[in-house]
Design a binder for this molecule. Structure first.
Ligand code: PSU
Ligand code: MN
Length: 308
């Protein structure tokens, strides 16, 4: 038996050692969430946004059987171009590693690894959730159960209406995960600024969120926190347009019998095609927006932990 090794980039290792702000980033968005080359350009741009806002980006993936925390340019490009890397949620990691495989890590796997690495804040686009028709299919993302068990704070833009948003919020509530909307009363729906549902809490500064993270950890619940950051007004899509597109994609997935881990990548790809790239443009904008907020939170959180 050998010890689990995480391979850190120099920048991430140094920052963690010094207690400097670090933001974890997932890689399924690169391998299964966006087409090439937009996936690579976005991954690089998101890392830049984190740096511009004062934190060190730690993109997480499995490469040739090893978990990497912080990737170099060549590794990012390999993931972006590769057609045969696995989509790994937390439960898939060990099997991928033992066979020497490579994987993009989903929100659940990235949270798990971030927690092992000592990174408290993670930015992504959208988390998985309870799918429409889950009463028949039982399709509920492992992201939600991971949020209930791992103390990572996840910044997202809400969840897409490829999911059943009311059921997703109910499930998150059962998992004891606090949901905070940033500078909004409403829980956002990814491409649009409101899902029509209220968020449990509203916070309005990175400092306030950082303080909440510390208090939440002190309370010992052990769960994550979901920060829902609405897409910027200028980048938001019209609800009528995108909801129609999503409904068409969901119908097509059902008709074709798409199931299990293929559902979300199929829907993302089809929505991009059906919207003629409009969904992708919005997706890129909101991921950058989330990365900026996460970096500011990480700066505030590092300051509070240091007591300065
Ligand atoms: N939603 C997006 N883009 C993504 C994903 C979700 O808008 O790339 C990815 C994330 O990695 C998320 C995963 O963790 O899909 C959820 O997959 P599933 O629904 O199979 O649990
Ligand atoms: Mn699923």
């Amino acid at each position: 038996m050998t010890k689990l090794t995480l391979t850190f980039s120099d920048a991430v290792a140094q920052a963690l050692k010094a207690g400097d702000p670090v933001v974890a980033l997932e890689s399924t968005i690169i391998t299964h969430g966006m087409p090439f080359p937009a996936n690579l350009e976005t991954a690089q741009a998101v890392e830049d946004v984190v740096r511009e806002n004062g934190a060190v980006p730690a993109t997480i993936a499995v490469i040739d059987g090893t978990i990497h925390v912080g990737l170099d340019a060549a590794q990012l490009e390999m993931l972006a171009r590769s057609k045969d890397v696995v989509k790994a949620s937390g439960r898939d990691l060990a099997a991928v590693m033992v066979t020497g495989g490579s994987a993009g890590t989903t929100v659940s796997a990235t949270m798990r690894i971030a927690a092992l690495a000592g990174i408290d804040i993670f930015a992504t686009g959208g988390v998985g959730g309870v799918h429409r028709g889950a009463d028949q299919t039982f399709d509920i993302s492992a992201d939600l159960t991971e949020l209930g068990q791992t103390g990572t704070t996840v910044v997202c833009a809400g969840v897409k209406s490829i999911l059943d948003i009311p059921k997703t919020l109910e499930y998150i509530e059962t998992q004891r995960v606090p949901v905070v909307a940033y500078r909004s009363e409403d829980f956002p729906a990814f491409f649009t600024r409101s899902s029509g549902l209220k968020a449990d809490h509203t916070l309005s500064s990175p400092e306030e969120i950082a303080q909440m993270m510390i208090t939440h950890a002190q309370l010992g619940s052990g769960t994550g926190i979901l920060i829902a950051n609405p897409i910027p007004e200028a980048d938001a899509l019209s609800p009528d347009f995108i909801d129609g597109t999503i409904a068409d994609a969901v119908k097509e997935a059902e008709a074709r019998g798409i199931a299990r881990k293929d559902v979300t990548p199929f829907l993302l790809g089809r929505i991009n095609e059906l919207s003629e790239g409009k969904s992708l443009t919005a997706n890129i904008a909101l991921v950058k927006n989330n990365a900026a907020l996460a970096a500011k939170m990480a700066v505030a959180h590092a300051r509070l932990k240091r007591g300065t």
